[in-house]
Design a binder for this molecule. Structure first.
Ligand code: FES
Length: 341
């Protein structure tokens, strides 16, 4: 009996702590963090929110799902993602895979990548229920367009941005999904996806998919998300494919050296073929803001006054590309760029 009383007391204390945390988050759901969103080019990219990790659940082998609670959260459209600011300060992007109409929580899922860049390991090993995380977004660079039919290709965790699209399509919509993964146990949301597919819309492949067997009718919108190799193969077969990337394209092949003038600082720098504008700028101006270093978060965005930009990010809109660049990844097509800094 004393044992039972102790258990009840411990469970009660945990519940109270969690409720207290939730009340704290709900009291200040929107918490602007200007330092994370410097108004570069006068266009702050998104607001930062501090959310409670309300649940953490393993949804497939090596995949955890986080539900992040807040209040009055911005709605989002299928394909949108969040920036998560991890406890170490790393910023990583994760597709939203919950209900876009839910204004009290966001859901994301992440696969542990053993030899990755550290973000997924941090989520898996350090993010626990009851802790608070800062997020930014949601943002959508992978929107669901109107089309007569759809073909989706997902590789493993790449199903996450596609799942809300499948849920959002009307019942009569014509769509096919090719969902590939190592094996069924490692493929998140498989059961739901198969249920959504009903009569034969979903093809599940354990191992490498045969893209040549994929039929795409005239005018169909093709979407793909997954490992870089899969997306490259889909892009080679369907040049108009819409891709969602969460890892940078790393090859520096074909890169050339160029000059960057920092007009307001009165300095001129050389960017080597195997380096970045950001690295060169930070050697001169060490306080230059950046975060992800991969062209995803927008922190390093700078206005360009002269020169032709070689945009290599996955974030800026066409309008923004007219006069600004993300200096962590983008380069120059001309011999020289002039930045407003
Ligand atoms: Fe994140 Fe450049 S630092 S886009």
């Amino acid at each position: 009996m004393p044992k039972l009383r102790t258990l009840v007391l411990v469970a009660g204390a945990a519940l109270l702590t969690r409720r207290a945390l939730r009340r704290r988050v709900q009291a200040s759901p929107l918490w602007p963090l200007p330092a994370l969103d410097p108004p570069i080019s006068g266009r702050p990219r998104s607001q930062a929110l501090r959310l409670l990790v309300a649940s953490r659940e393993t949804v497939a082998e090596g995949v955890v799902q986080l539900r992040l609670e807040g209040r009055g959260l911005p709605r989002w459209e299928p394909g949108a993602h969040l920036d998560l600011v991890l406890p170490s300060g790393l910023v990583r992007q994760y597709s939203l895979c919950g209900d876009p109409e839910d204004t009290s929580s966001y859901t994301v899922a992440t696969r542990l990548v053993e030899d990755g860049r550290g973000g997924s390991r941090e989520v898996h090993e350090q993010v626990t229920e009851g802790m608070e995380l800062v997020v930014r977004g949601p943002r959508n660079r992978f929107p669901l367009v109107e089309a007569p039919s759809y073909v989706f290709v997902a590789g493993g965790i790449g199903i996450t941005p596609l799942l809300p699209m499948l849920r959002a399509l009307p019942e009569h919509a014509e769509w096919r999904l090719l969902y590939a993964g190592r094996d069924r146990a490692s493929m998140p949301f498989l059961e739901e996806v198969e249920k959504l597919g009903g009569g034969g819309r979903v093809t599940v492949v354990e191992g490498r998919p045969d893209l040549d067997a994929l039929e795409v009718s005239e005018g169909a919108a093709v979407y793909a998300c997954g490992p870089e190799g899969l997306m490259a193969a889909v892009a080679a077969r369907f040049p108009d494919v819409r891709l969602e990337r969460f890892a940078p394209r790393t090859s520096s092949e074909g890169n050339a050296e160029f000059e960057v003038e920092l007009r307001r600082s009165g300095r001129t720098l050389t960017v080597a073929a195997d380096s970045t504008v950001l690295a060169a700028v930070r050697r001169e101006l060490p306080v230059t803001a950046y975060s992800c270093g991969q062209g995803f978060c927008g922190t390093c965005q700078q206005r360009v006054l002269e020169g032709e930009i070689d945009h290599r990010d996955e974030l800026l809109t066409d309008e923004e590309r007219g006069d600004s660049m993300l200096i962590c990844v983008s380069r120059a097509r001309s011999d020289r760029l002039v930045l407003d800094m």
